[in-house]
Design a protein around this ligand. Structure first.
Ligand SMILES: NC(=O)c1ccc[n+]([C@@H]2O[C@H](COP(=O)([O-])OP(=O)(O)OC[C@H]3O[C@@H](n4cnc5c(N)ncnc54)[C@H](O)[C@@H]3O)[C@@H](O)[C@H]2O)c1
Length: 283
């Protein structure tokens, strides 16, 4: 596997920030006005790795960090989507095709990260999959696949990133968990178990590496991403919206904003936590 480097990459420096397309002021996504202006000065120049960065929450987060002046590399299994995202977002340093559930691919991906960024300051382990199925119909193969991507993938990427951060005695590690890891939801037993595991993994790592590393898990509720849209008819979408106290799904940029805050020094006293961003769903 070989990394894809963006042509035309520029080194962001103070006062010379890369701005991702559509993120320099305010844009409309699905009718929602989203502000994406740069706001955390200490994120400028940070070396950021985001898994699952070719779609949905990962892509919105990659674009947000580019707008903050960070040096961003995305890792994703979907090579076609990766190439498209890189050509649409020239502010990205590069993209690496890899399956986060495979140890040898993760090892190789981080070697490519070293070549592209020379280290890691922020890891956002975000790649995840879900399959909706009644418990008794979940085949062992599916169970392994969901746990393999959602939990093994987070474990493998965190080990690689923290080995690099340990040498510099600084870093931030963020995981995408889910409200499904906080409370039970029928029909997602494998997914829920994987996300509950991600939360406790974050807490454990936070304790092992404090005080120089901060580790937190973000727990989105319903976010309107391709993964979520694929499961809905328009009627189902409206039905779910009505159950959410804020009466709508989150926009991926709203989750990206939380990642930016948690990676920045504005959140310097927050570690070992899981933070819900769910429109009041778990209130
Ligand atoms: N969308 C939601 O409502 C929601 C809610 C809570 C949590 N989440 C979590 O957010 C994360 C991102 O979800 P999304 O909604 O943006 O999904 P998405 O499907 O839009 O994006 C996921 C990305 O991960 C990549 N990916 C999948 N398996 C991979 C693997 N094995 N190795 C590398 N890359 C892989 C996909 O190619 C895709 O680009 C997931 O962990 C998901 O569980 C999503």
């Amino acid at each position: 596997m070989s990394g894809i480097r963006c042509d035309g990459e520029r080194e962001p420096g103070p006062g010379a920030r890369e701005i991702g397309p559509g993120l320099n002021s305010t844009e409309s996504r699905g009718g929602i006005e989203v502000s994406g202006s740069a706001s955390y000065e200490d994120l400028a120049g940070k070396r950021v790795v985001i898994t699952g960065g070719a779609s949905g929450i990962g892509l919105a987060t990659a674009r947000r960090f580019v707008s903050e002046g960070s040096r961003v590399v995305i890792v994703d299994k979907n090579k076609g989507a990766l190439e498209e995202v890189l050509s649409d977002n020239p502010g990205l340093v590069g993209g690496i095709p890899a399956d986060v559930s495979r140890p040898e691919e993760v090892r190789d991906a981080f070697r490519q990260v070293d070549a592209l960024l020379g280290g890691v300051d922020v890891l956002i382990a975000n790649a995840g999959i879900s399959v909706r199925k009644p418990f008794l119909e979940i085949e062992y193969e599916q169970w392994r696949q969901v746990l393999g991507v959602n939990l093994d993938g987070v474990f493998l990427c965190a080990q690689e990133a923290i080995r690099r951060m340990q040498a510099q005695r600084s870093g931030v590690v963020l995981f995408t968990a889910s409200t499904n890891g906080m409370v039970g939801h029928p029909l997602y037993a494998d997914y829920n178990a994987s996300k509950a595991g991600v939360i406790l993994l974050a807490k454990t790592i936070a304790l092992e590496f404090a005080p120089w590393l901060r580790v937190n898990a973000v727990c989105p509720g319903y976010v309107l991403t391709p993964m979520q849209k694929a499961e809905y008819t328009p009627e189902m979408l409206e039905e779910v919206n009505q159950k959410i106290p804020l009466k709508r799904h989150a926009d991926p940029e709203e989750v990206a904003a939380l990642f930016a805050f948690l990676a920045s020094s504005e959140s310097s006293y927050i570690t070992g936590q899981f933070i819900a961003i769910d429109g009041g769903e778990t209130a």
